[in-house]
Design a protein around this ligand. Structure first.
Ligand SMILES: [Fe+2]
Ligand SMILES: [Fe+2]
Length: 271
């Protein structure tokens, strides 16, 4: 029997170990792409209920942000901490993209919606592996340090509303990645860590598409519901995301991803 896409998503979400999760993410993405290339949906989207929280390995130990040791990026330990933090974000992103597929599999959506998030989930699996490889190359590994405990909060906050999910996850959180990644690349460039520079440049270039998928499907759903996208975005972010957005913004990459300044600037201020 062919496993539906939604069941594949749940398989990834219920796999705990990082490399095993990313291997399954990549294999399922390849199966979906091959099926779609045949011109008909050999693999159905199907429906499935994702877990409230995805399975995660025993390590890293999850800690509140204030208890995660401060990083000094000028030191080798600081650079390991930075790679570790990005690996943690990427593993969470693998789960976020499979979660959107399973959680909203009962919504009537075009196949392109599922194609985009499968592609993003494949990218995130590659990104986790790149970061895990960089950690291994300097004698560390994912799980060696404590990591941020609050990563699944955005998924929980938006589990009942696809437009809120798109507004908060790709259009706020992944867009934030576009703002901060160039500074990170600079840290590794100054240290002569060329493998990490190359890996982070791959991540940086591929993340633009994830933000673009978010704004594309957000605008699509606004059109379907006859909503004005900008006020709808502001309203959903204010209700489902805690705290204001923080400049500086990567205006150019955000524009590439379909996010104009009048979407995010008003969210830097309290109302
Ligand atoms: Fe990523
Ligand atoms: Fe991403």
């Amino acid at each position: 029997m062919t496993l539906s896409l939604a069941r594949m998503a749940v398989e990834v979400l219920t796999t705990a170990e990082g490399r095993a999760k990313t291997a399954l993410s990549r294999a399922h993405a390849a199966r979906w792409r091959a099926s779609r290339a045949e011109g008909a949906a050999v693999i159905p989207v199907g429906t499935a209920t994702p877990p409230d929280k995805p399975a995660r390995p025993d390590r890293p130990e999850l800690a509140q942000p204030r208890d995660v040791p401060r990083r000094k990026p000028g030191t080798p330990e600081g650079r390991i901490a930075l790679l570790h933090a990005v690996a943690h974000i990427e593993l969470n992103a693998v789960d976020l993209h499979w979660d959107i597929i399973a959680r909203f599999s009962t919504s009537p959506l075009p196949m392109g919606f599922f194609d985009d998030w499968v592609s993003a989930a494949d990218d995130e699996a590659k990104h986790f592996n790149l970061m895990a490889d960089c950690l291994n190359a300097v004698g560390s590994h994912y799980g060696a340090l404590p990591a941020h405990a609050g990563m699944w909060r955005a998924a929980e906050e938006t589990a009942g509303d696809l437009m809120a999910r798109l507004a908060v996850v790709p259009m706020v959180l992944e867009a934030r990645g576009l703002d901060v990644t160039p500074g990170m690349i600079e840290v590794f460039r100054r240290a002569g860590a060329t493998d990490a520079v190359t890996a982070l440049e791959t991540i940086y270039s591929e993340e633009v598409a994830h933000v673009a998928f978010g704004s594309k499907w957000f605008n699509f759903l606004c059109g379907r519901r006859d909503l004005d996208p900008k006020p709808a975005f502001h309203d959903l972010v204010r209700r489902h995301f805690h705290g204001n957005l923080k400049p500086p913004f990567n205006v150019e990459k955000r524009a590439d991803a379909g996010l104009p300044p009048d979407f995010y600037w008003p969210l830097t201020e309290d109302v």
